[in-house]
Design a protein around this ligand. Sequence first.
Ligand SMILES: [Zn+2]
Length: 357
Amino acid sequence: MRRTIGSFLLLTALCLYSPAGFAKKPDKKPDIDAGLEIIRKQTIEAHLDFLASDALEGREAGKRGGRVAAEYIRAELKELGIKPFSDTYFQSFEAYSPAHEKQVDFQVNRDSIVKYKQLPAYRKLSLQNVTGYIEGERKDEYIVIGAHYDHLGVDDLLVGDQIYNGADDNAASVAALLQVARAFAANRGKPSRSIIFAFWDGEEVNYLGSEYFVENFGNTATIKAYINLDMISRDGLMPILYPEFIIPEATAENTATGNQFHLLYTEPLTKAGERVQQDIRNYQLNIEPKPAVIASQSRGSDYLAFSLRGIPILWFFTGLHPDYHTPGDETDRIDWDKLIHITKATYLSLKQLANEK
Ligand SMILES: [Zn+2]
């Protein structure tokens, strides 16, 4: 609350002290898109505040808080008039792991499940992805856009704050994706390709939700691109993703600060990456991309299930920070301006990919 009032006072003070005519005029007027007007701080903040609140107990996969988050996303999609991708909004599934003390290896693929179920003891997690769907002119060509909604839950051995709220990881992306869906729902006419809005469960366990979705999708050649949102609202470091996940020393080169973010894509989406940069200029969004091509075997987030099957991916990411996977990943540390402008850029890139000839 204090932050909101503080920002308001600062804004008022700036308005009072800036004579009209003093601001530098842009050379060219920004392009206009009705969907962009729908993406507002107020709504993103409301979603994020709820999803990252202590009441959701860190949204752990398979636990009460995770299920409440899933219900919340379903209710919001329904409210927006967005249909589910299949018969229901929930894609329910189970993940299994051997019961050895130190070996926790949850899997969703059929072969592993058959193997684990033959063991004298095994673990079972009941999970659910949430999906929304907008049908395109070319019904059987898809763009999937996804963000995981699960996080790390509660650790009652921690002294002090025991809740992993996961505001940046990944409540912010869920709030952003709900806003992108809202902006799309307001568009008149069908996109050329069908769009699937996916809210993944079990990412923090072993990318379970996205893996289950892709494994059971059918013909993955019909998925023309996957856009991933994971950690999009702070400043941070770009890890090395391939051949291993390594956290390097921070340098100006590999860190996104101020209004910068990491714009990552596999090689086939190089053109799409360039268009994102063009959009940012044309619509005068207050963000600066640090573009990079990543290998399709790169580990790091839910895109892996897609990229390993040859589906091109695009990932909006602001990087790792000292609060990453700690109880310090709280809502009051979110960079709202950055989050909103990345949400807008995401909406524009989805629109481009969904309407590509
Ligand atoms: Zn994450």
